[in-house]
Design a protein around this ligand. Structure first.
Ligand code: PRT
Ligand code: ZN
Length: 225
């Protein structure tokens, strides 16, 4: 059983956010021995436990109150919120602050020869994506409806494989799109990593620790600017 008196922080186990998340916590003075295979790591010098999970699980762990704090991409967070709202839930959490890493954009991309004249061109097309809710919210503004090809990986190969007409995926340098003969036609969401807290009161000790960490994070980020 986890000790509920210790602050629980969820971060990505391995992937694009894990090194920066680890570094941020270390720069805040949290001494953690992250053994590669372990789900949980215990801080040696503060009452903090670190849960290392898939990034997709982090919003739910915070919203469901399983952990106190999470470090996650806004893209993943917002998609989970929209998914829960679509299921009639009212997901609650506190946005503590935006972080200075994990920057990317969620974009619609089409084969290079696609004659793009604006969102209306996408009506009734099939779009491969991991982010159907963010895409639906964006295209609804233009009264555009579309068909989904839901993929959790290899989204960029979908048009070439004949699975979809266009894609909606995360982009940072644009090299992946380029390598797959695709061009970016619409940016629908700008994302960075962020720090979130579960809703509801924390014990005063935990809240004091969160406040201290936030002050330190502020200092770390300012020093990097
Ligand atoms: O295993 P787990 O589920 O935890 O990880 P994951 O594979 O789902 O996610 P991961 O580690 O790839 O990304 C974690 C988070 O990093 C994302 O949710 C974003 O918030 C952020 N991020 C920042 C990115 C990128 N940049 C990014 N470029 N996530 C993914 N990409 C991928 C994109 O999907 C595409 O395949 O990189 C490719 C494009 O990159 P460029 O540079 O070629 O444009
Ligand atoms: Zn993931």
């Amino acid at each position: 059983m986890l000790d509920n008196s210790r602050l629980r922080i969820a971060m990505q186990k391995s992937g694009r956010l894990s090194d920066e998340s680890k570094k941020l916590l270390a720069q805040c003075g949290i001494k953690i021995n992250l053994q590669e295979q372990r789900l949980i790591a215990f801080a040696e010098n503060m009452p903090i436990d670190i849960l290392r999970v898939r990034d997709d699980d982090i919003p739910g762990l915070v919203i469901d109150g399983v952990v106190d704090i999470g470090i996650v991409g806004e893209n993943v967070l917002e998609e989970e919120v929209l998914d829960r709202k679509a299921e009639g839930q009212n997901p609650q959490f506190k946005q503590l602050r935006r972080l200075d890493f994990g920057a990317c954009r969620l974009s619609i991309a089409a084969p290079r020869d696609f004659d793009y004249q604006g969102p209306k061109c996408l009506q009734d097309l099939r779009v491969a994506t991991t982010y159907p809710h963010l895409l639906k919210r964006y295209l609804a503004e233009y009264n555009v409806t579309f068909n989904t090809c839901l993929l959790n990986g290899s989204v960029e190969v979908a048009p070439r494989a004949g699975l979809a007409d266009v894609i909606c995926d995360l982009v940072s340098s644009g090299a992946t799109l380029e390598a797959n003969g695709l061009k970016e036609i619409e940016v629908i969401y700008q994302s960075k990593a962020c720090l979130i807290q579960r809703s509801g009161e924390l014990s005063s000790d935990k809240q004091a620790l969160v406040d201290k960490l936030l002050t330190r994070i502020q200092g770390v980020i300012q020093a990097r600017e």
